[in-house]
Design a binder for this molecule. Structure first.
Ligand code: SF4
Length: 392
């Protein structure tokens, strides 16, 4: 250890500030469990080996290291991030944030993250950078062109996950980057780093060329993945834009020139798409059958429940599909999923009829499509003979 001012060796370091930030992080429970603090302490130890470590920094590390707890997350992107400020102040270069590989799961998106999935077949993904409130606002006004809306906190792990999730959906052809980038003092700058990646790609060490973030490395991606992302997905730079209407306007503009699904990078990694079909045979619901009626005079929907021997045992009334479905399910009047789906569809049609005044006639249940003349739910009423509309 030495008390030699590091400024002699590294003119830009601020030892007091670095120690102060590490002490702050050490006292925060969230930091003690964060890979960012663990990685930062490792990087500081490597940059300042014991024989060249200033006494104040050595004492600081002695206070911090015993208080580290198990890592529960890699980096949660706080602004400010005290360890990030510490490594900046101490002039530490190289990997400080955790950059471990994350486990893929089946389906899309394959990697977990801070996002809301809206529609698989849509061409536009929106990244609001550090602004979670903006992401929520956009979700509430999103149209069918938006596949998902999420945040992005880091210029390494975050970008890796964004790329992997986008490549797993061939329909995504545009990523709109909006909202505020992290403050320059924090150093992550994921938005500017993503834009730099789209513009210039990565170098031989998988570092993003020209990225302003502190650690813009993508070690868990292959070069092929990065180039496929750059070739098939357009990154639209709206960094700093926080107006949901302007962002949605830009999304619409880009969706209008959607070139269609991209090529699959890895065969067999796509989401399967299959044709729907009708049931091959009738399977009655042991819970009985249901008749949907519209009472236009009272402006009510009615749901009659019959046991399968044809005996009425309950009538539910209300004005919306949700009300009647909830009551029917709570009372155990539907025991098969196909019957529940059919009931929802019929009630939605009946509700539309109630709203518009158009005539309503109950349709055949799905299990009847392949069994002409069978009764609804296996009971005493023939297909499509429900009362439909009354008192009109
Ligand atoms: S991101 Fe930084 S400030 Fe936030 S918990 Fe992790 S180490 Fe602490």
């Amino acid at each position: 250890m030495t008390d030699t001012p590091l400024a002699l060796a590294r003119p830009s370091i601020e030892l007091g500030e670095g120690v102060a930030q590490l002490d702050l992080a050490r006292d925060l429970t969230k930091c003690r469990h964060c890979g960012c603090l663990h990685g930062s302490l490792r990087a500081i130890e490597n940059a300042y080996p014991p024989e060249r470590r200033p006494a104040a920094l050595a004492a600081c590390l002695d206070r911090a290291l015993p208080r580290l707890a198990d890592v529960r997350y890699d980096c949660i992107g706080c602004d400010p991030c005290h360890p990030a400020l510490a490594v900046n102040a101490l002039g530490v270069e190289g990997e400080a944030c955790a950059s471990s590989e994350v486990q893929e799961r089946d389906g899309w998106p394959p990697l977990p993250g801070s996002f809301t999935v809206l529609r698989f077949l849509a061409p536009v993904a929106i990244c609001t950078l550090t602004d979670e409130g903006l992401a929520r606002e956009l979700v509430s006004v999103a149209t069918g062109e938006i596949a998902l809306v999420g945040t992005l906190q880091t210029e390494n792990l975050g970008i890796e996950r964004l790329i992997q999730n986008c490549l797993a959906n061939l329909n995504i052809r545009f990523v709109l980057v909006c909202g505020p980038d992290s403050r320059r003092v924090v150093g992550h700058l994921p938005g500017a780093s993503l834009v730099a990646l789209a513009r210039s790609g990565v170098d031989e060490r998988m570092q993003i060329r020209g990225a302003p973030g502190r650690r813009p490395a993508l070690p868990n991606l292959s070069r092929e993945q990065v180039e496929h992302f750059r070739r098939t997905i357009e990154v639209v730079d709206l960094i700093g834009e926080t107006d949901p209407l302007r962002i949605m306007g830009a999304a619409m503009t880009h969706a209008a020139r959607n070139p269609g699904p991209a090529d699959l990078l890895l065969p067999g990694r796509g989401i399967p798409v299959m044709a729907g079909y009708l049931p091959a045979r009738m399977v009655p619901d042991p819970a009985g059958y249901l008749i949907v009626c519209v009472d236009s005079r009272k402006r009510r929907l009615l749901l009659e429940h019959y046991r399968n021997e044809g005996v009425l045992d309950l009538v539910i009334e209300g004005t919306t599909t949700a009300e009647l479905c909830t009551a029917a399910i709570d009372r155990g009047l539907v025991s098969r999923l196909d019957h529940a789906a059919y009931l929802g569809k019929e009630l939605a049609r009946a509700e539309q009829s109630l709203r518009t005044g158009s005539p309503y006639v109950q349709d055949a249940a799905p299990e009847q499509c392949g069994a002409t003349g069978a009764a609804v739910g296996g009971g005493g009423r023939a297909a499509g003979c429900a009362c439909g509309e009354i008192n009109r």
